[in-house]
Design a protein. Structure first.
Length: 455
């Protein structure tokens, strides 16, 4: 969702190495025995009576990344997230924050880390019922010694960010579950932590409120770029929110990857079964399925030059860019003919097609289906700096939803000015007709492909 994934001086913000947590009497005996270290969770429990909650866990979280830990009940995910601020002390291993092992911290430094660097949001909101909303949000600031008026100003601004402006003087009992969770999130954000730990924060909410909270978290993360470790048992939530996902089973991480990697390349039968019913349209992005743009026109060109390029390429449209491949819009051959007739000296940048839909590289395929049907032309993919980096045809959009890998994409192809050989009028197939064909057989699609090959 955020796609920051940048490192801090080459080091991840959070790095976990060889982490174990064994509950019971004398847990370190598991570490001292090679036989027990190699045994399964069940075997360890049968032989020693000890419960292995975490087993040789290793992962890292980059600065500004939203990293999701997902697993079913009993997988160890909540134990893991509580080990990060040492609410649960691991049996063995390392937890590095910006390269420093917090397991070596003394009490004073540990307390400072919890107050200033890390905030946590739980499924149970943990609000103080005798304090107003604003006092709950300002609570952490008060502990840090922030002046009351300053703490209130920060709390008010944070409440507005989570959509609770005007509720600051109410008590928690007057708030719905979703609103109480917003207060909990505001309290965590008010102290401006580097790291946000979220343990199934939305799982107790109704589906509609839950989706709203997910959307709000996405919006907040796009503005604040926090490093977030998010725990959930819900695969859809993990796919929606996560830059990367770690899947846990029986205290172990069995796969780590981007949502698309997890769905398209499951590491084992367990993960494959877990993701079987997930639509690829939910995880594949425009950037992962787009193709290079083979024809570019420049905004300063006149209609005669632009028409000649399209005729030579046997195309009836092209994307128009400025210096540095900054996307300007789309122009058609029919429009160029009009300009040649009426305003032959006019630059084509002033005569582009109106309301042409565009996609961002991180736009999910499912978000593109509806806008794609609004235009008979491929959809341009434009990055955050406004550069044209690729295109997606309706046919490619459909292909990307099949459980096979799409053609590899290349952003560098956006600047290519090679001549194509395919008429777009023959190439475009509407999503509705292709979907209908899918149910009845492949006759129409096969025929259309032959038409394109002949062209």
């Amino acid at each position: 969702m955020n796609k920051q994934n940048s490192s801090n001086n080459g080091k991840p913000t959070i790095e976990v190495r060889g982490l174990w947590k064994v509950f019971g009497s004398k847990p370190k005996r598991v570490m001292k025995s090679e036989e027990l270290r190699l045994a399964s969770r069940q075997e360890i429990q049968e032989k020693t009576g000890l419960v292995t909650a975490l087993r040789d866990i290793a992962f890292h979280v980059n600065k500004g990344e939203l990293f999701v830990i997902m697993g079913l009940s009993g997988s160890g995910k909540s134990t893991l997230i509580r080990c990060i601020p040492r609410l649960i002390v691991p049996t063995a291993g390392e937890i590095l924050l910006d390269g420093e092992d917090i397991l070596a911290y003394g009490q004073s430094r540990l307390r400072d880390m919890r107050r200033n660097r890390v905030s946590m949001v739980f499924q149970q909101y943990g609000l103080l019922p005798h304090r107003t909303v604003i006092d709950n949000v300002a609570f952490g600031l008060n502990i840090r010694g922030v002046k009351k008026e300053d703490a209130y100003a920060i709390a008010l601004a944070t409440l507005e960010k989570v959509g609770l402006k005007g509720w600051e003087d109410r008590y928690p009992v007057a708030l719905s579950g979703g609103m109480q969770q917003r207060v909990g999130l505001a309290r965590a954000l008010a102290s401006n932590p580097e790291i946000l730990l979220m343990d199934e924060p939305f799982s107790g909410l109704d589906p509609l409120i839950r989706r709203q909270m997910q959307d709000e978290l996405i919006q907040i993360q796009s503005e604040l770029h926090k490093t977030i470790l998010f725990v959930t048992h819900d695969l859809d939530e993990a796919l929606k929110l996560g830059d990367r996902i770690a899947i846990m089973k029986d205290g172990e991480i069995i796969q780590t990857g981007t949502p698309e990697e997890v769905i398209t390349n499951p590491s084992c039968e367990y993960v494959e079964e877990f993701v079987r019913d997930v639509s690829l349209a939910k995880v594949r992005t425009a950037g992962s399925v787009m193709t290079p743009v083979d024809i570019l026109l420049y905004g300063w060109m006149g209609p005669e030059t632009a028409s000649h390029i399209l005729r030579s390429a046997k195309r009836n449209y092209a994307f128009v860019v400025s210096v540095g491949t900054k996307y300007l819009g789309l122009i058609t051959m029919s429009r160029l003919i009009e300009i040649r007739r009426d305003q032959p000296n006019k630059a084509i940048k002033d005569s582009l097609e109106p309301n042409t839909p565009t996609a961002k590289p991180d736009s999910k395929v499912e978000e593109l289906i509806l806008p794609a049907t609004a235009s008979p032309y491929p959809m341009p993919v434009v990055n955050e700096t406004g550069e044209l980096v690729g295109e997606i045809s309706n046919e490619l959009l459909l292909t990307s939803m099949a459980r096979c890998k799409p053609e590899p994409s290349s952003e560098s192809g956006a600047t290519a000015n090679a001549v194509g050989a395919q008429s777009n009028a023959e190439a475009i197939v509407s999503i509705e007709s292709d979907l209908a064909t899918d149910d009845k057989g492949s006759t129409t699609q096969t025929s259309d492909m032959k038409t394109r090959e002949a062209a």
